[in-house]
Design a protein around this ligand. Structure first.
Ligand code: ADP
Ligand code: MG
Ligand code: ZN
Length: 496
């Protein structure tokens, strides 16, 4: 029998919701770089006698996320206490949601390993508070030589949405694509900055291996799953899963069995290590938090949030292919972020042809953006001005070479008109008459070559190309090559 080992992957993704204040108090959520324990109050420190008050904005953002993932939104939902003792949790319980999550039963589409669209089911999206941070070592410079741990509660109480998928992914690549799509969605709808490096998007990856019969697909044996934590980039998610598949498969091939466990990804060593097994797992003793009233999501609230959703990335990709005739690859590339897609559309709005605009954004704009280290939103050239410039190239009024030069000046902060002047191009580009005059001059200066062409000895067109080169040189590259070729041909014909 041909035994095949099939990976089964399901992800839990925590995203930090972009609220100004924490989920149950009015402390700031801006903890990065803040003095430890400076953004805290009796509520988020869990002091006795304090009461949590729900931040409505967190609920709105959660609902928005649920709708974007095509989930059903619960009209009536409650918070539970998830009890466990760990010093990053001052109350010894985390306020989370249990059997009545805010949103359930959604789906998104990723590119499957076969290149086709693949549906990944979303089990649920629920709200919860973040925990504090333990600082165990001298790694941040504050605790040189210390043999103790410190805790910083600035992050405690920051609102999170936990998005749980069904185990629908079959490879590390699919898992990575799923994370990329989730990150793109939360950014498009503005509920989170989705930054993995700074921890505002955290992935826990559940992975198990099925032993199946290669002919019938029948599952012969299903290994226990492990849950991997501590991946700080999309690449890390992919690498950790690749490692874990190899490890689990090796155990199964040797006839061993796997334990249900939580494993820690060590990025520098490229391995996962066991943190705790399921036997030692906590019983969280969930119960409804008596301090918080149930959350009601009314029909009008739902409608308002639905209405506030922007065009989603997949809709925009589709529209870019249909409306502008872009290839799927270009459409996906440009729709990657709402800001980039807006920039492209602004460029087309400025008069550029969609295909040339697409090329310019993908090459010139991104090159300058990388050089200057700026996000699209802060790009120094207005998309409409770039659109005007590209339109000049479209109409053959400017060569690509000169247009690039002009663009470089615009990226330095000059207006389109000033850049055109500075690059020695008039704002209308070179007129046909101007190019014709240059071509006449070239023909007059090269009578031998002209004779050769007119007598039919230039069968390969080399001599004509030579003259064209001289015209381009005469125009200092400002003439559009196709327009110059057409004008030159006409002048030669006039002499025939
Ligand atoms: P837990 O309560 O232990 O976190 P859940 O049932 O909530 O378990 O599942 C958590 C995640 O594990 C989900 O993303 C789910 O898709 C994934 N998962 C469940 N079963 C498996 C499995 N056999 N292999 C891989 N992932 C799985
Ligand atoms: Mg879990
Ligand atoms: Zn607080």
């Amino acid at each position: 029998m041909n035994v095949v080992y099939v990976p089964v992957i399901g992800l839990e993704i925590h995203v930090q919701l972009s609220t100004a204040t924490k989920i149950f108090c009015s402390c700031s959520t801006d903890y990065i770089g803040a003095e430890p324990n400076s953004n805290v109050c009796p509520v988020c420190l869990g002091l006795p006698g304090t009461l949590p008050v729900l931040n409505k904005k967190a609920v709105e953002l959660g609902v928005k996320g649920g709708l974007a993932l095509s989930c059903q939104i619960r009209s009536h939902t409650v918070f539970h206490r998830k009890n466990y003792f760990y010093p990053d949790l001052p109350k010894a319980y985390q306020i989370s949601q249990y059997d009545l999550p805010l949103a359930e039963g959604g789906q998104i589409f990723i590119t499957g390993d076969d290149g086709k669209q693949k549906k990944i089911r979303i089990t649920r999206l629920h709200l919860e508070e973040d925990a504090g941070k333990l600082v165990h070592s001298a790694s941040d410079g504050r605790l040189e030589g210390a043999a103790f741990s410190c805790v910083d509660y600035n992050r405690g109480g920051v609102p999170l949405a936990e998005i749980v998928s069904e185990p629908d992914m079959a490879s590390p690549r699919e898992a990575r694509d799923y994370v990329a799509r989730i990150r793109q969605i939360v950014r498009y709808i503005g509920i989170s900055d989705g930054d993995m490096e700074n921890g505002s998007l955290r992935v826990d990856a559940n992975i198990s291996i099925q032993k199946t019969d290669g002919e019938t697909g029948e599952i012969l044996y299903w290994g226990e799953r492990s849950e991997i934590k501590n991946m700080n980039s999309m690449r890390a998610v992919e690498r950790a899963l690749e490692y874990e598949i190899r490890r689990q498969e090796a155990v199964l091939r040797q006839g061993g069995t796997l334990d249900r466990e939580t494993r820690h990804w060590n990025d520098s060593d490229g391995i996962t290590a066991s943190m705790r097994s399921k036997e030692a797992a906590n019983d969280y003793r969930y119960f409804p938090d008596p301090d918080l009233p149930p959350i009601e999501v009314t029909g009008s609230m739902l409608q308002e949030i639905q209405f506030s959703l922007p065009e989603m990335p997949w809709a925009r990709e589709e529209r870019f292919t249909v409306q502008y005739g872009l290839s799927r690859e270009d459409a996906v590339f440009l729709a990657e972020s709402a800001a980039l897609a807006d920039f492209f559309e602004g460029c087309v709005g400025g008069g550029a042809s969609p295909l040339r605009a697409s090329n310019w954004v993908r090459t010139e704009v991104l090159r300058v953006m990388n050089e200057q280290g700026l996000p699209v939103g802060e790009f120094p050239v207005a998309p409409s001005s770039l659109g005007e410039l590209v339109a000049m190239v479209d109409r053959g009024k400017l060569s690509t070479t000169v247009a690039r030069e002009v663009f470089g000046l615009m990226a330095g902060g000059k207006t389109l008109a000033d850049s055109l002047t500075a690059a020695g191009a008039s704002s209308g580009g070179l007129s046909e008459e101007a190019v014709a005059q240059m071509a006449q001059k070239v023909l007059q200066a090269n009578p031998d070559v002209v004779d050769e062409i007119l007598s039919g000895r230039d069968t390969k067109g080399k001599k004509t190309k030579f003259l064209l080169g001289l015209v381009m040189k005469e125009s200092r590259g400002q003439a559009a090559a196709d327009a110059a070729a057409r004008i030159l041909e006409k002048l030669l014909n006039d002499r025939r």
